[in-house]
Ligand binder design. Structure first.
Ligand SMILES: [Zn+2]
Length: 352
Protein backbone atom coordinates (compact mmCIF):
# COMPACT_ATOMS: atom_id res chain seq x y z
CA UNK A 1 0.00 0.00 0.00
CA UNK A 2 1.43 3.34 -1.05
CA UNK A 3 0.44 6.59 0.57
CA UNK A 4 -0.44 9.07 -2.12
CA UNK A 5 -2.90 11.82 -2.74
CA UNK A 6 -4.47 11.86 -6.17
CA UNK A 7 -4.62 15.08 -8.12
CA UNK A 8 -5.33 16.57 -11.53
CA UNK A 9 -2.34 17.91 -13.45
CA UNK A 10 -3.14 20.74 -15.82
CA UNK A 11 -1.08 20.91 -18.99
CA UNK A 12 -1.31 23.76 -21.47
CA UNK A 13 -0.81 22.51 -24.97
CA UNK A 14 1.18 24.91 -27.12
CA UNK A 15 0.04 24.22 -30.63
CA UNK A 16 2.30 24.67 -33.62
CA UNK A 17 0.40 27.66 -34.90
CA UNK A 18 0.68 29.61 -31.67
CA UNK A 19 3.28 31.96 -30.39
CA UNK A 20 3.22 32.28 -26.68
CA UNK A 21 -0.18 33.52 -25.70
CA UNK A 22 -0.66 34.46 -22.11
CA UNK A 23 -3.65 32.30 -21.38
CA UNK A 24 -2.38 30.96 -18.11
CA UNK A 25 -4.75 33.01 -15.96
CA UNK A 26 -7.76 32.22 -18.13
CA UNK A 27 -7.21 28.48 -18.18
CA UNK A 28 -6.39 28.40 -14.47
CA UNK A 29 -9.49 30.39 -13.65
CA UNK A 30 -11.65 28.03 -15.74
CA UNK A 31 -10.17 24.99 -14.02
CA UNK A 32 -10.89 26.52 -10.61
CA UNK A 33 -14.45 27.21 -11.73
CA UNK A 34 -15.10 23.58 -12.70
CA UNK A 35 -13.38 22.38 -9.53
CA UNK A 36 -15.71 24.58 -7.49
CA UNK A 37 -18.79 23.60 -9.52
CA UNK A 38 -18.10 19.91 -8.90
CA UNK A 39 -17.78 20.49 -5.17
CA UNK A 40 -21.08 22.36 -5.03
CA UNK A 41 -23.11 19.98 -7.20
CA UNK A 42 -22.01 16.98 -5.14
CA UNK A 43 -22.97 18.82 -1.95
CA UNK A 44 -26.30 20.05 -3.29
CA UNK A 45 -27.32 16.54 -4.26
CA UNK A 46 -26.82 15.11 -0.82
CA UNK A 47 -23.18 14.18 -0.36
CA UNK A 48 -20.23 15.79 1.41
CA UNK A 49 -18.56 18.69 -0.39
CA UNK A 50 -15.76 17.11 -2.37
CA UNK A 51 -13.88 17.71 -5.58
CA UNK A 52 -10.60 16.89 -7.29
CA UNK A 53 -7.30 18.34 -6.09
CA UNK A 54 -4.99 20.27 -8.34
CA UNK A 55 -1.28 19.79 -8.33
CA UNK A 56 0.40 21.53 -5.38
CA UNK A 57 -2.84 22.43 -3.62
CA UNK A 58 -5.19 20.03 -1.98
CA UNK A 59 -8.93 20.47 -2.14
CA UNK A 60 -9.34 18.00 0.67
CA UNK A 61 -8.02 20.20 3.44
CA UNK A 62 -10.70 22.86 3.15
CA UNK A 63 -13.77 23.72 1.17
CA UNK A 64 -13.15 25.85 -1.86
CA UNK A 65 -14.62 29.30 -1.76
CA UNK A 66 -15.44 31.55 -4.61
CA UNK A 67 -12.89 34.17 -3.65
CA UNK A 68 -10.42 32.93 -6.22
CA UNK A 69 -8.18 35.97 -6.03
CA UNK A 70 -4.60 35.09 -6.77
CA UNK A 71 -5.26 32.63 -9.53
CA UNK A 72 -1.76 32.15 -10.87
CA UNK A 73 -0.35 31.22 -7.50
CA UNK A 74 -3.02 28.64 -6.81
CA UNK A 75 -1.56 25.70 -8.66
CA UNK A 76 1.04 24.81 -11.22
CA UNK A 77 0.43 24.16 -14.88
CA UNK A 78 2.77 22.43 -17.25
CA UNK A 79 3.40 23.39 -20.84
CA UNK A 80 3.70 20.88 -23.62
CA UNK A 81 4.54 21.80 -27.21
CA UNK A 82 2.56 19.95 -29.80
CA UNK A 83 2.25 19.96 -33.57
CA UNK A 84 -1.00 18.89 -35.05
CA UNK A 85 -3.15 19.53 -38.06
CA UNK A 86 -6.55 19.70 -36.43
CA UNK A 87 -8.30 19.74 -39.74
CA UNK A 88 -7.24 16.36 -40.98
CA UNK A 89 -6.83 14.22 -37.89
CA UNK A 90 -9.58 12.40 -36.05
CA UNK A 91 -10.28 13.33 -32.42
CA UNK A 92 -9.51 9.89 -31.07
CA UNK A 93 -6.17 9.78 -32.88
CA UNK A 94 -5.16 13.16 -31.49
CA UNK A 95 -6.13 11.95 -28.00
CA UNK A 96 -3.96 8.83 -28.40
CA UNK A 97 -1.11 10.89 -29.79
CA UNK A 98 -1.20 13.41 -26.94
CA UNK A 99 -1.43 10.56 -24.41
CA UNK A 100 1.66 8.95 -26.00
CA UNK A 101 3.53 12.24 -25.91
CA UNK A 102 2.70 12.70 -22.22
CA UNK A 103 3.80 9.17 -21.39
CA UNK A 104 7.18 9.91 -22.97
CA UNK A 105 7.58 13.32 -21.36
CA UNK A 106 8.64 14.44 -17.92
CA UNK A 107 4.95 15.18 -17.22
CA UNK A 108 4.56 11.46 -16.60
CA UNK A 109 6.59 11.22 -13.42
CA UNK A 110 3.66 10.58 -11.08
CA UNK A 111 1.42 8.48 -13.24
CA UNK A 112 -0.37 6.53 -10.52
CA UNK A 113 -1.37 9.69 -8.71
CA UNK A 114 -2.47 11.99 -11.49
CA UNK A 115 -5.00 12.52 -14.22
CA UNK A 116 -4.15 14.99 -16.94
CA UNK A 117 -6.35 17.85 -18.01
CA UNK A 118 -4.76 19.12 -21.20
CA UNK A 119 -6.03 22.43 -22.54
CA UNK A 120 -4.99 23.82 -25.89
CA UNK A 121 -5.82 27.01 -27.72
CA UNK A 122 -6.04 27.26 -31.47
CA UNK A 123 -6.67 30.42 -33.47
CA UNK A 124 -8.30 28.38 -36.18
CA UNK A 125 -12.01 29.08 -36.63
CA UNK A 126 -14.37 26.16 -37.05
CA UNK A 127 -15.47 25.29 -40.55
CA UNK A 128 -19.07 25.79 -39.51
CA UNK A 129 -19.94 28.42 -36.98
CA UNK A 130 -22.21 27.47 -34.11
CA UNK A 131 -23.82 29.65 -31.48
CA UNK A 132 -22.36 27.72 -28.56
CA UNK A 133 -18.84 27.67 -30.04
CA UNK A 134 -18.25 23.95 -29.71
CA UNK A 135 -14.65 23.08 -28.81
CA UNK A 136 -12.39 22.17 -31.74
CA UNK A 137 -11.61 18.96 -29.93
CA UNK A 138 -12.80 17.35 -26.71
CA UNK A 139 -12.07 13.80 -25.66
CA UNK A 140 -11.62 12.16 -22.29
CA UNK A 141 -10.94 8.73 -20.88
CA UNK A 142 -8.36 6.75 -18.95
CA UNK A 143 -6.03 9.29 -17.41
CA UNK A 144 -6.36 12.07 -19.97
CA UNK A 145 -8.97 14.74 -20.65
CA UNK A 146 -8.11 16.73 -23.75
CA UNK A 147 -9.78 19.98 -24.70
CA UNK A 148 -8.86 22.34 -27.54
CA UNK A 149 -10.81 25.53 -28.05
CA UNK A 150 -10.39 28.64 -30.16
CA UNK A 151 -12.00 31.22 -27.87
CA UNK A 152 -9.86 31.02 -24.72
CA UNK A 153 -8.55 34.55 -25.36
CA UNK A 154 -12.10 35.75 -24.57
CA UNK A 155 -12.50 33.77 -21.34
CA UNK A 156 -12.73 35.60 -18.00
CA UNK A 157 -9.75 35.47 -15.66
CA UNK A 158 -11.22 36.85 -12.45
CA UNK A 159 -14.47 36.90 -10.52
CA UNK A 160 -14.99 40.45 -11.77
CA UNK A 161 -14.72 39.27 -15.39
CA UNK A 162 -17.05 36.39 -14.63
CA UNK A 163 -19.67 38.76 -13.25
CA UNK A 164 -19.44 40.72 -16.52
CA UNK A 165 -20.04 37.50 -18.48
CA UNK A 166 -23.03 36.68 -16.27
CA UNK A 167 -24.48 40.13 -16.90
CA UNK A 168 -23.99 39.72 -20.65
CA UNK A 169 -21.25 42.35 -20.68
CA UNK A 170 -18.24 40.10 -21.16
CA UNK A 171 -16.30 39.32 -24.32
CA UNK A 172 -17.85 35.84 -24.42
CA UNK A 173 -21.51 35.00 -23.93
CA UNK A 174 -22.74 33.18 -20.85
CA UNK A 175 -23.97 30.32 -23.04
CA UNK A 176 -20.62 29.94 -24.81
CA UNK A 177 -18.56 30.00 -21.62
CA UNK A 178 -21.00 27.58 -19.95
CA UNK A 179 -20.56 25.25 -22.88
CA UNK A 180 -16.75 25.29 -22.71
CA UNK A 181 -16.68 24.77 -18.94
CA UNK A 182 -19.23 21.97 -19.17
CA UNK A 183 -17.31 20.27 -21.97
CA UNK A 184 -14.11 20.35 -19.91
CA UNK A 185 -15.87 18.90 -16.87
CA UNK A 186 -17.54 16.25 -19.05
CA UNK A 187 -14.19 15.06 -20.42
CA UNK A 188 -12.56 15.21 -16.99
CA UNK A 189 -15.40 13.12 -15.54
CA UNK A 190 -14.66 10.44 -18.14
CA UNK A 191 -11.25 10.15 -16.47
CA UNK A 192 -13.13 9.72 -13.17
CA UNK A 193 -14.82 6.68 -14.76
CA UNK A 194 -18.15 8.25 -15.61
CA UNK A 195 -19.78 6.92 -18.75
CA UNK A 196 -22.36 8.70 -20.84
CA UNK A 197 -25.83 9.15 -19.36
CA UNK A 198 -29.27 9.78 -20.84
CA UNK A 199 -29.32 13.32 -19.38
CA UNK A 200 -27.22 16.05 -17.85
CA UNK A 201 -23.50 16.78 -17.97
CA UNK A 202 -22.63 13.29 -19.21
CA UNK A 203 -25.12 13.83 -22.03
CA UNK A 204 -23.44 17.13 -22.95
CA UNK A 205 -26.11 19.35 -21.45
CA UNK A 206 -24.12 22.30 -20.16
CA UNK A 207 -26.72 25.02 -20.61
CA UNK A 208 -27.10 25.84 -16.91
CA UNK A 209 -23.47 25.54 -15.85
CA UNK A 210 -23.08 29.20 -14.94
CA UNK A 211 -26.46 29.50 -13.22
CA UNK A 212 -24.76 28.39 -10.02
CA UNK A 213 -22.38 31.32 -10.24
CA UNK A 214 -25.19 33.67 -11.09
CA UNK A 215 -26.98 32.41 -7.98
CA UNK A 216 -23.92 32.90 -5.79
CA UNK A 217 -22.56 36.12 -7.23
CA UNK A 218 -25.63 38.07 -8.31
CA UNK A 219 -28.75 36.77 -6.62
CA UNK A 220 -27.14 35.98 -3.29
CA UNK A 221 -25.53 39.37 -3.15
CA UNK A 222 -28.94 40.93 -3.48
CA UNK A 223 -30.24 38.80 -0.65
CA UNK A 224 -27.16 39.60 1.38
CA UNK A 225 -26.19 35.99 1.95
CA UNK A 226 -22.66 34.74 2.33
CA UNK A 227 -21.24 32.67 -0.55
CA UNK A 228 -19.36 30.61 1.98
CA UNK A 229 -21.10 27.42 2.99
CA UNK A 230 -24.28 28.49 1.26
CA UNK A 231 -26.17 25.45 0.06
CA UNK A 232 -27.26 25.82 -3.52
CA UNK A 233 -30.77 24.42 -4.11
CA UNK A 234 -30.58 21.51 -6.60
CA UNK A 235 -33.01 23.27 -8.95
CA UNK A 236 -30.39 25.97 -9.63
CA UNK A 237 -28.37 23.38 -11.57
CA UNK A 238 -31.27 23.03 -14.02
CA UNK A 239 -30.57 20.29 -16.54
CA UNK A 240 -26.79 20.54 -16.05
CA UNK A 241 -26.62 17.74 -13.50
CA UNK A 242 -25.29 14.24 -12.91
CA UNK A 243 -27.49 11.17 -12.72
CA UNK A 244 -27.74 9.39 -9.38
CA UNK A 245 -25.42 6.67 -10.72
CA UNK A 246 -22.91 9.29 -11.84
CA UNK A 247 -22.94 10.95 -8.42
CA UNK A 248 -22.45 7.55 -6.78
CA UNK A 249 -19.28 7.00 -8.81
CA UNK A 250 -17.97 10.49 -8.13
CA UNK A 251 -18.77 10.38 -4.44
CA UNK A 252 -16.73 7.22 -4.01
CA UNK A 253 -14.00 7.85 -6.55
CA UNK A 254 -10.40 7.75 -5.41
CA UNK A 255 -9.66 11.09 -7.09
CA UNK A 256 -12.27 12.89 -5.02
CA UNK A 257 -11.47 11.25 -1.73
CA UNK A 258 -7.71 11.47 -1.49
CA UNK A 259 -7.51 8.14 0.27
CA UNK A 260 -4.71 5.64 0.19
CA UNK A 261 -4.33 3.97 -3.12
CA UNK A 262 -4.67 0.26 -2.68
CA UNK A 263 -2.58 -0.92 -5.60
CA UNK A 264 -2.85 -4.56 -4.73
CA UNK A 265 -6.63 -4.81 -4.98
CA UNK A 266 -7.66 -6.85 -7.95
CA UNK A 267 -10.75 -7.94 -9.78
CA UNK A 268 -10.62 -11.29 -11.52
CA UNK A 269 -13.19 -12.52 -13.93
CA UNK A 270 -13.98 -16.23 -13.66
CA UNK A 271 -16.33 -16.74 -16.56
CA UNK A 272 -19.17 -14.45 -15.59
CA UNK A 273 -18.30 -14.30 -11.90
CA UNK A 274 -16.49 -11.28 -10.52
CA UNK A 275 -14.00 -12.11 -7.79
CA UNK A 276 -12.48 -9.30 -5.80
CA UNK A 277 -9.39 -9.58 -3.69
CA UNK A 278 -7.68 -6.97 -1.56
CA UNK A 279 -4.98 -7.04 1.12
CA UNK A 280 -7.45 -5.19 3.31
CA UNK A 281 -9.63 -7.93 4.68
CA UNK A 282 -12.56 -5.54 5.13
CA UNK A 283 -12.47 -4.28 1.54
CA UNK A 284 -15.64 -4.91 -0.41
CA UNK A 285 -17.17 -4.40 -3.82
CA UNK A 286 -19.62 -1.51 -3.90
CA UNK A 287 -21.28 -1.59 -7.27
CA UNK A 288 -21.17 -2.90 -10.79
CA UNK A 289 -22.09 -1.09 -14.00
CA UNK A 290 -22.65 -2.27 -17.55
CA UNK A 291 -21.54 0.01 -20.37
CA UNK A 292 -22.62 -0.23 -24.02
CA UNK A 293 -20.77 2.08 -26.40
CA UNK A 294 -19.76 4.38 -23.58
CA UNK A 295 -23.30 4.69 -22.19
CA UNK A 296 -24.01 3.41 -18.68
CA UNK A 297 -26.96 1.04 -19.24
CA UNK A 298 -27.12 -0.65 -15.85
CA UNK A 299 -26.00 0.15 -12.34
CA UNK A 300 -26.16 -2.57 -9.69
CA UNK A 301 -25.59 -1.40 -6.12
CA UNK A 302 -24.27 -4.16 -3.90
CA UNK A 303 -25.97 -3.05 -0.72
CA UNK A 304 -24.27 -5.20 1.85
CA UNK A 305 -20.93 -5.21 0.08
CA UNK A 306 -19.38 -8.44 -1.03
CA UNK A 307 -16.25 -9.74 -2.73
CA UNK A 308 -17.71 -12.14 -5.23
CA UNK A 309 -20.65 -11.61 -7.52
CA UNK A 310 -22.16 -13.85 -10.18
CA UNK A 311 -23.49 -12.10 -13.25
CA UNK A 312 -26.15 -13.81 -15.27
CA UNK A 313 -28.74 -13.49 -18.01
CA UNK A 314 -31.14 -11.65 -15.69
CA UNK A 315 -28.74 -8.74 -15.41
CA UNK A 316 -29.07 -8.11 -19.13
CA UNK A 317 -32.80 -7.58 -18.79
CA UNK A 318 -33.88 -4.37 -20.49
CA UNK A 319 -30.46 -3.66 -21.99
CA UNK A 320 -29.95 -2.92 -25.68
CA UNK A 321 -26.56 -4.42 -26.53
CA UNK A 322 -26.54 -3.14 -30.13
CA UNK A 323 -25.30 -6.40 -31.58
CA UNK A 324 -21.98 -6.29 -29.75
CA UNK A 325 -20.20 -9.46 -28.66
CA UNK A 326 -18.85 -8.13 -25.39
CA UNK A 327 -20.10 -5.79 -22.71
CA UNK A 328 -17.90 -3.54 -20.60
CA UNK A 329 -18.31 -4.12 -16.89
CA UNK A 330 -17.12 -1.49 -14.43
CA UNK A 331 -16.57 -2.51 -10.84
CA UNK A 332 -15.81 -0.18 -7.93
CA UNK A 333 -14.58 -1.15 -4.49
CA UNK A 334 -15.25 0.73 -1.27
CA UNK A 335 -12.11 2.86 -1.38
CA UNK A 336 -12.78 4.10 -4.89
CA UNK A 337 -10.63 1.79 -7.01
CA UNK A 338 -12.21 1.17 -10.39
CA UNK A 339 -11.76 -1.92 -12.52
CA UNK A 340 -13.03 -2.36 -16.06
CA UNK A 341 -13.37 -5.74 -17.71
CA UNK A 342 -15.03 -7.03 -20.86
CA UNK A 343 -17.46 -9.91 -20.48
CA UNK A 344 -18.54 -12.11 -23.33
CA UNK A 345 -22.24 -11.50 -23.96
CA UNK A 346 -22.82 -15.02 -25.19
CA UNK A 347 -21.45 -16.44 -21.95
CA UNK A 348 -23.65 -14.06 -20.01
CA UNK A 349 -26.78 -15.11 -21.91
CA UNK A 350 -25.90 -18.74 -21.28
CA UNK A 351 -25.50 -18.38 -17.52
CA UNK A 352 -28.48 -18.16 -15.23
ZN1 LIG B 1 -18.22 11.97 -23.55
Amino acid sequence: MTSVSQFVRVVQLELNEENELHLDRKTKFAVRIIQFFLQEIIKSFGYERKTFSLESISASSENLHLEIKDVEKNFVTHVCKYSIDLETVETELVWKDVAKKLVQSNHFDRKTECKWLVIGHSRRPKATSDALEEPLLAEGGGGLALFIQNNITRWPESIGDLVSVLKGEGSISKAQYSHSLGAMLHELCHTFDLGHAPKGIMNRDFAHFLDVFEFLLLKNEAENLSTQDCLIPPKVFGSTIFTKEGLTVLNRHLWLNHTFLSLESEVVLQGTRIDFSSPRSAARLMFIQFWVEGLVVKHIDLDVGCNSFALGRDHLCGIETNGGEKILVLVMDDVGNVFKRFIDLYELYMSK
